[in-house]
Design a protein around this ligand. Structure first.
Ligand SMILES: NC(=O)c1ccc[n+]([C@@H]2O[C@H](COP(=O)([O-])OP(=O)(O)OC[C@H]3O[C@@H](n4cnc5c(N)ncnc54)[C@H](O)[C@@H]3O)[C@@H](O)[C@H]2O)c1
Length: 371
């Protein structure tokens, strides 16, 4: 199969959908890999590295769209790319179609086979292509909080780790999923006092078992959140209720319980945030202050660490890309239910129920399209 790796053109998107190891894996299985010139530059990967791994470097995106049967991207195509898509082409990327009618219509009209990273799902309900970005965001949340605790940046002037004779910061984490677990690990590793609030008792038992002694797990309730807010130097929002907006656990009133100069990193802001006062921010203007509390609410946190994120993402996407390339989308979906879950649009039909529901379009199971 001819596989194309494009340079991302979305604002400030520095990740790339393949690394040289991806190219080597695909090329060694007999596929031709075209990589757009400069595709890896934002992640510190030069054209030469791709070439040495067996890729052909191609100058223009147009050429790749023209010849590739499988397009590997990180983010969805932008409107200027829609006319370049060809019928039957397979697109493997984050698509988030439920939130984008224009893109959905374009992929339907162009009869694309759209395999969305975010809906690839394992039998036990995990979303393996979202997990690495939550790992990056969770770990990063603690670094960000430690930075903004500095007095010149509006923080309380508390050093996260403390020093001999002076206690460390208290870090409160709402939600003990992938983001919460990773944040707790890093905060605890730095020596902070960590409170991790969860609602799922099974998950809480696991967290209690695997995290160090300086992490206390608590059942999340309005009362436990309030009591934690009083002592928090840092609050990390990491809750998720699948398919819903993030639950609002911290209201504007509750903010007054926090110390001036405390820092909120609301990682869940991409789902609306778990604090009433959270609103989306960007890497170029990441924070604002409400009632003396610093808010950091960047919606694409992993973008700041593009190189780590690229490697983390391609570690998990490459095996799926290889299966799709080896077997074609139809056989790959028949043989691997995880890939079948990723099929959002197939040759002019919406094959993902939530996407169809979001846009009031007809849902057609992929097996019916394929039949
Ligand atoms: N801002 C970013 O750049 C960025 C990056 C990655 C992930 N995220 C977001 O971070 C959020 C968390 O992602 P995740 O991968 O950790 O999800 P996850 O599903 O692994 O974990 C969410 C956890 O929240 C818990 N929870 C639900 N309601 C709760 C409540 N009321 N109190 C306490 N805990 C509660 C759940 O039981 C679950 O364990 C998501 O909204 C995700 O989209 C944002």
């Amino acid at each position: 199969m001819i596989i194309g790796v494009l340079k991302e053109i979305k604002d400030n998107e520095n990740r790339v959908a393949a690394i040289p190891a991806t190219v080597e894996t695909l090329a060694s299985r007999g596929h031709t890999v075209l990589v757009q010139k400069g595709a890896g530059s934002g992640s510190g990967i030069g054209d030469q590295a791709f070439q040495s791994a067996g890729a052909k470097i191609v100058a223009a995106a147009r050429q790749i769209y023209k010849s590739a049967e499988l397009i590997l991207k990180v983010k969805e195509p932008l409107p200027q790319e829609y006319p370049l898509l060809r019928p039957g082409q397979i697109l493997f990327a984050y698509l988030h179609l439920a939130a984008d009618r224009g893109l959905t219509d374009a992929l339907l009209a162009r009869k694309i086979v759209g395999v969305a990273y975010e809906t690839i799902e394992t039998a036990d309900g995990r979303l393996p292509l979202l997990e690495p970005m939550s790992e990056v965001a969770g770990r990063m949340a603690v670094h960000v909080a430690a930075t903004y605790l500095a007095k010149p940046l509006g923080g309380r002037g508390v050093l996260l780790d403390g020093v001999p004779g002076v206690p460390p910061a208290t870090v409160v984490i709402l939600g003990g999923g992938i983001v919460g677990y990773n944040a707790a690990r890093v905060a605890a590793g730095a020596g902070a006092w960590v409170y991790l609030l969860e609602t799922n008792p099974v998950r809480m038992r696991y967290l209690d078992e695997v995290l160090p002694e300086n992490v206390t797990t608590l059942m999340s309730s309005r009362m436990s959140v309030e009591s934690c807010l009083r002592r928090a130097d840092v609050l990390i929002g990491a809750v998720l209720v699948p398919g819903a907006k993030a639950p609002r656990l911290v209201t504007r009133d509750m903010l007054k319980l926090m110390q001036p100069g405390a820092v909120i990193v609301d990682v869940a802001v991409d789902q609306g945030g778990c604090c009433e006062t959270s609103r989306p921010t960007t890497h170029s203007n990441p924070t604002y202050v409400v009632d003396g509390v610093v808010h950091y609410c960047v919606t694409n946190m992993p973008g700041a660490y593009a190189r780590t994120s690229t490697f983390a993402l391609t570690n998990v996407t490459t095996p799926y890309a290889a299966q799709i390339a080896d077997r074609g989308w139809l056989t790959a979906a028949r043989e691997n239910a995880e890939i079948a879950k990723g099929l959002n649009v197939v040759l002019g039909h919406v094959t993902n129920q939530p996407v169809a529901l979001a846009h009031r379009l007809r849902y057609v199971p992929w097996t019916k399209v394929a039949a």
